[in-house]
Design a protein around this ligand. Structure first.
Ligand SMILES: Nc1ncnc2c1ncn2[C@@H]1O[C@H](COP(=O)(O)OP(=O)(O)O)[C@@H](O)[C@H]1O
Ligand SMILES: [Mg+2]
Length: 243
């Protein structure tokens, strides 16, 4: 079975052209332009409140720009072949297996195909032993593993992850990092935020650095970590609080 089967049209690159977002008088994202090509791992960094979560939500289509343009390679305004994972997994009050099956059903996948994919996903992510347990009784790390497995089962071309490990202990963090790296190896485009600099260094190919709602750096990760252009990013890497 092709992983891309249900959503064959390529949706990437995603391009933002002079995108801004505001709530009332507050401009929270300002004049951001960038292109996210297929197959890259982009880490979005910046201090607390810089706009990272809003940026991901805007890319994913949970919020819309108030000015500027967000366009996908496919014509749809909000293509289906994308998924998002949050810091705290949003799980249904149902079993692990049902948490995997439900979004596939919503997506219109027929029963037999759904059962196959759920079985394949349970095995691949080591969730088989807990398939019938209530998802909300899993440990934090297991819940996040389920959230990523559920995203994978949707066969996204791009996966947005908003601080997926910041509520987890080091071993669960490494497990989630391994999953993200595997997804990337399969060709899934990754856009992720983290406060963990080591994690950013391990996973990033590209870095976008946000400061007060503006993207003040966007470059290859090697270049960024070797020496950012802006004093704000330098201070951030040095561990200073930037706001
Ligand atoms: N719904 C909202 N209403 C008003 N302000 C908001 C809202 N959501 C986010 N903000 C503000 O926008 C800024 C960026 O938020 P966010 O994207 O969550 O930052 P980050 O993820 O980088 O910590 C913050 O100052 C935050 O307080
Ligand atoms: Mg955030």
């Amino acid at each position: 079975m092709s992983r891309m089967a249900p959503h064959t049209q390529p949706i990437l690159p995603l391009s933002l052209e002079r995108v801004s977002y505001s709530i009332g008088p507050a401009t929270l994202l300002q004049d951001i332009s960038l292109t996210i090509p297929a197959g890259r791992r982009l880490l979005v960094m910046g201090a607390n409140g810089a706009g990272k979560s809003l940026f991901l939500r805007l890319c994913h289509g949970l919020i819309d720009p108030v000015s500027g343009r967000r366009t996908w390679a496919s014509a749809e305004p909000r293509p289906k072949a994308q998924a998002m994972v949050f810091q705290r997994p949003v799980l249904l009050r149902r079993s692990v297996a049902e948490n995997l099956a439900y979004p596939l059903a919503l997506d219109g996948m027929e029963r037999a195909a759904r059962a196959d994919l759920v079985a394949q996903t349970l095995d691949r992510f080591g969730l088989r032993p807990m398939a019938n347990r209530p998802a909300r009784l899993l440990s934090g790390g297991e819940q996040q593993r389920l959230a990523l497995a559920r995203a994978w089962a949707m066969r996204p071309q791009i996966l947005f992850l908003d601080e997926p490990t910041s509520a987890l202990d080091p071993s669960a963090t490494r497990m989630i990092e391994g999953m993200v790296a595997q997804f990337a190896d399969e060709g899934i485009t990754i856009v992720m935020t983290t406060h963990n600099l080591g994690q950013a260094r391990r996973l990033a190919q590209d870095v976008a650095f946000l400061h007060r709602g503006r993207m003040i750096e966007h470059q290859a990760a090697d270049t960024f970590f070797a020496g950012p252009e802006t004093p704000e990013a330098r201070a951030f890497l040095a561990g200073d609080l930037v706001w």
